[in-house]
Design a protein. Sequence first.
Length: 201
Amino acid sequence: MTAIVGYVAKDGAVYLGGDSAATDNDIKIIQTEPKVWRLTPHLVIGVSGAGRLNDLVRVFLPRHLPDETTLQSDYVVHLAEALRDLLKNHGCVTETKGQIEADGSFLVGYAGVLYSIDCAFSVVKHSERIAARGCAKELALGALHTLETLTEDDGQDYKPAFRLEMALEAAARFDIHVAPPWTFVQTDPIEAAVLKLWKQN
């Protein structure tokens, strides 16, 4: 089980954090492989679900990424298709009446924006600067939202890694399927003009 959290900084850098818990029936295992990855300077991804998904993303997805010569508004849709084909080719999906589903979902940070890719490979572009996936996503989102509110009320500018760490701590405090150590990755910042144009598309 998993908690994956995301935050978009003011400079357009996207930060992801993930926990290290895995479960085998009633046994909790602390795994050594991260659940979040930086795949390119503009792309980070977090995996929630079966451990096999994490293995495939880590080992094989970098070879199947869409062309990233420019920042394209449909890049993550192509990424979802690449994930779908990759998981299908490795027998890591179920198919019912023509509908293919993965045993998990993904949180993606690309070019200053957060996206969710669900088990059916549908893509959602988040308007908020925060997002979460996994079994404890509600707990993590509550913590991230609280820090956003505190920032507005008291003028504190909490660093992205601190925000994500507090969200993961909250998730682990109240969900037995989430556990440290935490892993964090981030994309490169984006020039303000490019980020503004990108978010309008």
